[in-house]
Design a binder for this molecule. Structure first.
Ligand code: CA
Ligand code: CA
Length: 594
């Protein structure tokens, strides 16, 4: 399928590579069909999410509730150097090679069988980059013979899978204005899809589609209402492609020009509807009194037609956000039987930073269900399923500084969840076997207040101050099994430190996740009972994956404590400051009796 865009191998380079890298695995060109089928093919992992729908479900069963106790390390590889900090990357694996990104915009190619390093790419970062939430990266995309990833200075870089040489490089944004990029790109219908970070600096969110072989733009779609979308003809000429929404409908004056809604956690793609689902971050600035209105399309799920780059539907999880409840959380496609009608529904699930789990009809965005997946939510009393809008608790919106005693600080409120979210960047998993979502949740609040602020290029654009606090003495994190149809929490596993890594679930009846304390855990998908764990020696803030190597089922996870919590966590950061940094990939397989 899509043979007209199948990448052509360049024979000259392939020959040179064969000479230079004799003994390393031969790479196989990754096709659109490989990516579309990724969830069903255990021999590779060629997309972020183990399938672009983002379910993170492996069909493999060799490692299961009976055998998981025999899981032992197969190999580990260190990212080396003095550059550590948070490692949030999901590895991708094709043709016997693993590609994993690391902190400070590094990318490693590794022999997936032995753990031998094949090459590494270290992006040269300029002074003055402004990543909000650590020097992390969440992973690479594979297409043809290329491996493509985004960098902290807001570039998209494509490397040859065999040699690690740069094939093309494109600028995504002006790092001096606060743009950066950390999300894993995805491939949708032969296009590489990227978002952008920078919502704390008034950057304007957007989704771009590019030709993955050349990096040239196909279309771009801003996620702040009022901005123009563009498409590009064969010669790269810019053609207007319709305004996003209606100018000044939900924004006052010129505020839309620096309106945020950063797409910093990337996107998922559902081939059934041909829609790209992007979560969008906070409207800028945080101080909501500066920007009356809903401030579309901030803190929303936006569904974009993969062919045209137009917004097909949107659903705003937090209209007129005043708490930095970035709705960038992944929207995961799944089908379920409606308990009332008995009909199958094409749905999508999202565990939002604002503490509610949302189920939308993924064909049109209609809200089907919404319920809390954390213990305490103060900003809204509920989500009205009829109107699709939150029922606000107005007393719990941080106050207007103009109404404060000195005009410099508004009323302080204690808000749950904190802006670090009921869930943050860490990706949940969905098992079609159990019909449950496995959500890495956190219980914390923040004292938050508003301050006057005006936009200045390259400066933080918040108009707010805050302190994060743990809600309970004995735990912050809780891995929760959530039934999207009923809203029931079926089981939970509490964790002392906040959970910040993603989840993998398997047809072997298992759920795998890592903790900041350093444990990779395998638990029963039906009950949450812990069946296996291994301590990797540093915190885990990345999602595990599984693939088949020479007939054996493997589990891999990137390790290394860091991310937003140590930088922004206030009292919580102090509580977990004993955790050590690191930077490795760990791979496990079943022990074979000698
Ligand atoms: Ca696969
Ligand atoms: Ca934000």
């Amino acid at each position: 399928m899509h043979s007209h865009i199948l990448p052509q191998r360049r024979l000259g380079l392939a020959l040179a590579v064969a000479l230079a890298f004799a003994g390393s695995p031969a790479s196989a060109a990754v096709t659109d069909a490989d990516i579309l089928n990724d969830a069903k093919t255990p021999g590779d992992v060629v997309s972020f999410g183990l399938g672009t729908q983002g379910q993170r479900f492996s069909p493999m069963t060799k490692i299961n509730t009976s055998t998981v106790k025999n899981l032992v390390p197969a190999w580990s590889m260190s990212f080396g150097g003095e550059k550590q900090r948070g490692q949030e990357s999901q590895p991708v694996i094709a043709g016997g090679k693993m590609f994993v990104t690391a902190s400070y915009s590094r990318l490693f190619a590794i022999d997936a069988k032995t753990g031998k390093k094949l090459w590494k790419y270290e992006h040269r970062l300029p002074d003055g980059i402004m990543p909000c939430c650590d020097v992390i990266n969440r992973g690479a995309a594979l297409y043809g013979n290329l491996v493509i990833f985004a960098t902290l200075d807001a570039q998209l870089v494509a490397l040859d899978q065999d040699s690690g040489k740069v094939v093309w490089k494109e600028k995504l944004g002006d790092y001096a204005a606060g743009y950066s990029a950390t999300a894993a790109p995805i491939i949708a219908k032969g296009k590489v899809i990227t978002g952008i970070s920078g919502g704390e600096f008034g950057a304007v969110g957007r989704i771009d589609a590019r030709d993955p072989m050349t990096g040239k733009l196909v279309w771009t779609r801003p996620t702040v209402e009022g901005h123009m979308g563009y498409k590009y003809d064969k010669d790269g000429k810019e053609v207007e492609n319709g305004i996003s929404g209606t100018l000044n409908a939900t924004w006052t004056g010129d505020l839309w020009k620096t309106g945020g809604a950063a797409t910093w956690n990337g996107a998922t793609y559902d081939p059934e509807t041909n829609l790209i689902f992007a979560g969008t971050g906070n409207p800028a600035p945080w101080n909501s009194h500066n920007r009356p209105g809903d401030n579309l399309f901030s803190s929303s799920t936006v569904a974009i037609d993969a062919d045209t780059g137009k917004i097909t539907w949107h659903y705003q999880n937090t209209p007129h956000d005043g708490w930095d409840y970035d709705g960038v959380n992944e929207f995961v496609s799944f089908d379920y039987k409606d308990p009332k009608t008995g009909k199958m529904v094409k749905a999508g699930g999202k565990a939002d930073r604002n503490g509610f789990f949302f189920v939308n009809d993924r064909t049109n965005g209609k809200l089907l269900n919404a319920f809390p997946f954390v213990n305490k939510i103060t900003w809204a009393k509920s989500i009205d399923l009829k109107t699709g809008r939150p029922v606000y608790d107005d007393a719990n919106r941080p106050g207007d500084p103009a109404q404060g005693a000195d005009g410099k600080k508004g009323t302080v409120v204690n808000s749950s969840p904190s802006f670090l979210g009921g869930k943050n960047q860490m990706q949940m998993a969905y098992s079609p076997q159990t019909g449950l979502f496995y959500v890495p949740a956190n219980e914390w609040s923040m004292d938050i207040w508003n301050e006057p602020v005006s936009y200045k290029k390259g400066a933080a654009y918040l108009g707010a101050g805050f302190t994060i606090k743990a809600t309970h003495d004995d735990y912050i994190g809780a891995l929760r099994a959530v039934d999207p149809a009923t809203g029931k929490i079926v089981w939970e596993n509490k964790n002392y430190a906040p959970l910040w890594g993603g989840v993998l679930t398997t047809a072997g009846g298992l759920v795998f996740y890592g903790t900041p304390e350093g444990f990779l855990k395998g638990v029963d998908a039906k009950t949450g009972k812990e069946l296996w764990s291994f301590n990797v020696g540093t915190g885990i803030v990345a999602p595990p994956v599984s693939w088949e190597q020479d007939g054996e089922q493997m589990i891999a996870v990137t390790t290394g404590w860091g991310g937003a919590v140590p930088l922004w966590g206030g009292d919580v950061a102090k509580r977990v400051n004993y955790l050590e940094q690191g930077g490795s990939v760990w791979v496990f397989k079943l022990h074979k009796a000698m």
